[in-house]
Each structure stands twice: as structure tokens, then as C-alpha cells.
Design a protein around this ligand. Structure first.
Ligand code: NAD
Ligand SMILES: O=C(O)C(=O)C[C@@H](O)[C@H](O)[C@H](O)COP(=O)(O)O
Ligand code: ZN
Length: 364
């Protein structure tokens, strides 16, 4: 088993990465500081419950934890205040107390939603993340961003709320749809571009093994992704500065997700398209060469991700980006690479340039 630490003073925690961790979930919960006997609300989605609900129940039943397993419908539309209300009702009905805990057992949707419940119920109760998609294992379970969506934009209602621990079992990835594996890889590519050129090269060389879910390679990929995220979050937990670089590809990506209607695009697909927009914008601003644009586009395509998007009105995409959380003094701020492994935050980009780039990516 590998471990990565997230160093945040009294909110520090460990990320455990390995195989077979679910069959000893009780032990890992205890090691994350959740005392045996604690009441647990385990929040999942219907698909994950169908696949792994019995395993979780079997483990927790033979432990001293008192638990209730509750499932929301799968998909992005569950990241809503309506679903949150149902979960608060469930928490009250189960008699969840301040000393109880929430276990987020699922993909990024479950992690963000269950995290939001943990952050707000009784002003905050302990949370443990048990991510079951590649995207959640490399990104959403780490760093404490929890949220639900608003029709105006992604994750508009949320909090920074760190978990007590993150428990990553690679074995659950074998049941993921290929589309979801690819979606997670978009966030992995992001880490290479924003932070680590060597990691980017490693992804290029190992793209086949990654898509084939080779566990040895995947362990390295998950571990390095978590390390990079932990390092950035450790320096800037609440996105006062540096952390914004984790939003690479998200300015256009989030706009596309919201405009298409939540759930049409997987988050990673939209981020992949947004990363292509970002590197093309960087090229127009003479920050990167054409070769670097090609290199990035090639990796995105070779990992099975899209580089173009549906036929939206470009003005609508640009208007949507104005609701981005990175907007400062009315200016949309883009994260743009100046080489692979390093990015800058750039604001005040001319609308014409953005339009040209987006027209180029428009399908049909
Ligand atoms: N908080 C953060 O820092 C952060 C970071 C990145 C993404 N996100 C959010 O994460 C969400 C996307 O997460 P996601 O891609 O995991 O989507 P998701 O949670 O919707 O999961 C994708 C699909 O996979 C299914 N699934 C989950 N685990 C499975 C398994 N082991 N086997 C088979 N099927 C499984 C789910 O039921 C769902 O249908 C978005 O809402 C995004 O905004 C948050
Ligand atoms: O953890 C972060 O910080 C990120 O930006 C990670 C992103 O991959 C993630 O999609 C996040 O939810 C986006 O944050 P938001 O603040 O733009 O909603
Ligand atoms: Zn993301």
C-alpha cells in the first residue's frame, strides 16, 4: 500500500492507495481517526451501491460501527440542493450527531455532495472519502472542495472542508465504464501540464498500459496525481493564489458542462476540451510553440478524450465563463501554460482571441 500525506496542520490527513482496502474498510476508518462505535452515514450512488454495497455492508456489519447506507441517483444532476435536502432528512432520521461521520463512497459526484452534507450538517461533522472512480481517486477526493451545482454554474454552492482520510482501492476501477476511465485521465493530464513535465512524458509513454488499467502503472499515476494535488493544496488550501492552477482547462470546461446541461459531458471530457482551448490561447499569446500545442492535443486524443465540442453559440460559452469562480474585478482569469509543467494565471484576454480559438474547436 502507498500513502500520500496532505499537510495542513491540524487538518492534515493521509491518502491510502492500494488493492483490497475495501474489505478492511473498518480498519482504515479507525486509522483515519473514526472511533469504532461511531454512527456512519455512508453516502453512495445507485450504481456503486448495486456493485459494492454488499461488500461495504459485509465489512461494516462485522465491525462495531453503526451505519446506514444511502444511495442517490447516479450522475451530475445529483449534485443539487434538492438531493442535499433529502440527505439532511436522512441524517436527521438516522440520528446523526456531531460526533458521527459521513463516508463518501462513490465518484466525484458523491464525494462533492456527501462532502457538502458533512461540511454543513450541524455545522460540520467528520468526513472520510472512499473514491470509486479514477477521477475521484486522482482529484476530487483530495483537497476539500465540496459543492453542489447551481443552474448558473458548476459548484457555485460549497465549502472548503477537508476529510479525515482518503481510502483508495484500485480494484473498484475494473468495473468502471471506459468513458469514465478516460474522463479521470483528463485531470491526470492536467497535473502533467501544470506541474510536472516528467509526469507528462510518463503518461505519453504509458498511455496503453493506463487505458488497459495496468495496476502497477495506475498506482504510480494515482500516487503522483495525489502528491501534486497535496503539494498545491498544502501551500494554498483556500485558493487565494496558487491553487487556481488546479483549474487548468476548467474555465471553458465548466462553461461547456453547464451549457450542455449537467451530465451530457463527463467532467473530464469538458476539461479535456477546455485544456485544448487553454493551450491554443497560450499559443495565440505566444506563450507556447505549435509543437507544445500538438504534444498536448496528441496526449489528450491518445487517451481517448475529445478536443472539440458540440455546436454551441460561442458568445454563450464566453458569457458563461463570466460566472467562473476565478473571475476577479470583473475579469475572467485563464490558467495558461508557458511550457509543459508550468502555467500562469492570465486575465484580460481579448474576446476576439477566445472566439477564434473556440470557433476552431466547434464541431460541424
Ligand atoms: N472536489 C473536487 O476537487 C473535484 C475535482 C474534480 C472533479 N470534481 C467533480 O467530480 C464530478 C465528476 O466525478 P466522476 O467523474 O467520478 O463522476 P461520477 O461520480 O458521476 O461517476 C461517474 C459514473 O461512474 C459510476 N461509478 C462510480 N464508481 C464506479 C465503479 N467503481 N464502477 C462502475 N461505475 C462506477 C457512477 O455511478 C457514475 O455513473 C463532477 O461533478 C466534478 O465537478 C470535483
Ligand atoms: O481542487 C481544486 O482546486 C480544483 O480546481 C480541482 C478541479 O479539478 C475540480 O473540478 C474543482 O471542483 C473545480 O473547482 P471550482 O472551484 O472551479 O468549482
Ligand atoms: Zn476538475
Amino acid at each position: 500500500m502507498e500513502q500520500v500525506g496532505v499537510d495542513l496542520g491540524e487538518r492534515s490527513y493521509r491518502i491510502k492507495i492500494g488493492t483490497g482496502l475495501l474489505s478492511s474498510l473498518d480498519q482504515h476508518l479507525a486509522e483515519a481517526g473514526i472511533k469504532t462505535g461511531t454512527k456512519l452515514l455512508v453516502i453512495t450512488d445507485e450504481r456503486v451501491k448495486e456493485l459494492y454495497g454488499a461488500d461495504i455492508e459485509a465489512n461494516l456489519q462485522q465491525s462495531n460501527f453503526e451505519f446506514r447506507l444511502t444511495a442517490v441517483p447516479e450522475g451530475e444532476t445529483s449534485k443539487s440542493l434538492d438531493r442535499a435536502k433529502e440527505l439532511y432528512d436522512e441524517a436527521v432520521d438516522f440520528g446523526l450527531e456531531r460526533s458521527s461521520a459521513v463516508v463518501a463512497f462513490g465518484g466525484g459526484v458523491v464525494g462533492d455532495l456527501a462532502g457538502f452534507i458533512a461540511a454543513t450538517y450541524m455545522r460540520g461533522i467528520p468526513l472520510v472519502q472512499v473514491p470509486t472512480t479514477l477521477l475521484a481517486q486522482v482529484d476530487s477526493s483530495v483537497g476539500g472542495k465540496v459543492a453542489v451545482n447551481h443552474e448558473a454554474g458548476k459548484n457555485l454552492i460549497g465549502a472548503f472542508y477537508q476529510p479525515e482520510g482518503v481510502i483508495i482501492d484500485l480494484e473498484v476501477l475494473t468495473t468502471l465504464e471506459e468513458r469514465d476511465v478516460k474522463s479521470g485521465l483528463a485531470e491526470v493530464i492536467k497535473y502533467g501540464v501544470i506541474w510536472d513535465n516528467n509526469f507528462f512524458n510518463y503518461l505519453q509513454v504509458n498511455s496503453k498500459a493506463i487505458r488497459d488499467l495496468d495496476f502497477e502503472v495506475l498506482t504510480k499515476v494515482i500516487q503522483r496525481s495525489c502528491q501534486i494535488k497535496a503539494e498545491i493544496v498544502g501551500e494554498d488550501e483556500k485558493e487565494k493564489g496558487l491553487r487556481a492552477i488546479l483549474n487548468y482547462g476548467h474555465t471553458i470546461g465548466h462553461a461547456v458542462e453547464a451549457l450542455a446541461g449537467y451530465g451530457k459531458y463527463r467532467h473530464g471530457e469538458a476539461v479535456a476540451v477546455g485544456m485544448v482551448s487553454a493551450v491554443k490561447l497560450a499559443h495565440k499569446l505566444e506563450m507556447v510553440t505549435e509543437t507544445e500545442v500538438q504534444k498536448q492535443q496528441k496526449l489528450i486524443s491518445s487517451l481517448g478524450l475529445p478536443t472539440t465540442f458540440d455546436n454551441f453559440k460561442i458568445d454563450n460559452i464566453i458569457a458563461k465563463t463570466r460566472q467562473d469562480k476565478k473571475v476577479q474585478d470583473g475579469q475572467v482569469r485563464y490558467i495558461l501554460p508557458n511550457q509543459i509543467g508550468e502555467v500562469e494565471i492570465v486575465s484580460g484576454i481579448a474576446k476576439d482571441l477566445i472566439t477564434e480559438v473556440l470557433e476552431d474547436q466547434q464541431e460541424g
